[in-house]
Design a protein around this ligand. Sequence first.
Ligand code: IMP
Length: 211
Amino acid sequence: MTKRLTGRLVIATHNRGKLWEMQELLKPHGIDVVAAGELGLAEPEETGATFAANAVLKARAAADAAQLPALADDSGLCVDALGGAPGLHSARWAELAPGGARDFAAGIKKVEAALHEAGAAPPYNAHFISVLALAWPDGTTEIFEGKINGTLVFPPRGTKGFGYDPIFLPNGLSRTFGEMMMEEKQAIPADGSPALSHRARAFQAFARVCL
Ligand code: IMP
C-alpha cells in the first residue's frame, strides 16, 4: 500500500548534481530534504544486476540507517547496437580523470569506438533510463521508472548538461540534451504532460503516487 510522503526524506546520493536536482524537484512539495552525506551515512557499493536493484540497494541502506524514508536513483545510457551498453556501467565508461572527476569526453569516444567495432550504422537508437527507489523504514520499497528514446549523434553537440548529453538527440527534437538548458531538460510540465528527461519522468511517476 502506497503511503504519502510528509516530513523528512533522505536523498541517498553522494552526487552533488543529483542532490541539487532532487532538492529542486521536491522544493514545491514542502518535503524536508536531508542528504545521506549530511547524516554521515556511508555509500553502499552498487553491486546490483539491474538499475532497479542498485536504486533499491542505495535507498534501503539509507532508510535502515536513518530510520527515515529514503529516495535513491540509478540511471544510465543504453545503446541498442551495443546490446544495451554502457547501461549499468555508464559512469564507469567515463574513465576517472586526474583529480577524480569522470572524463565524459572519453566516455563518449568509447561509445563511438564501440559502435564502429560493432559495425553499426546510423541511426544509433538508444535510450536513457532512470529508476527511482523509495524505501520506507518499515521495510517496504517502491520503484518508479522513467525512460526517453533517442538516437546518438557524432560529433557531440552542445556544452550544456553533463555525461552523455552532447550525443543524445531525443526522438522528435532537433537539439541534443547538450544543447538544452537544464531547466528545459528537467522541467515538470504543470499540465501533467510527460516531462522530457528520463529522470524528470521517473520523478513524475514518483510524485503522482507519493506527493
Ligand atoms: P549513476 O550515478 O550510477 O546513476 O550513473 C549514471 C551515469 O549515467 C552518469 O554518470 C552518466 O554517465 C549517465 N547518465 C545518466 N543520466 C544522464 C543524463 O541525463 N545525461 C547524461 N548522462 C547521463
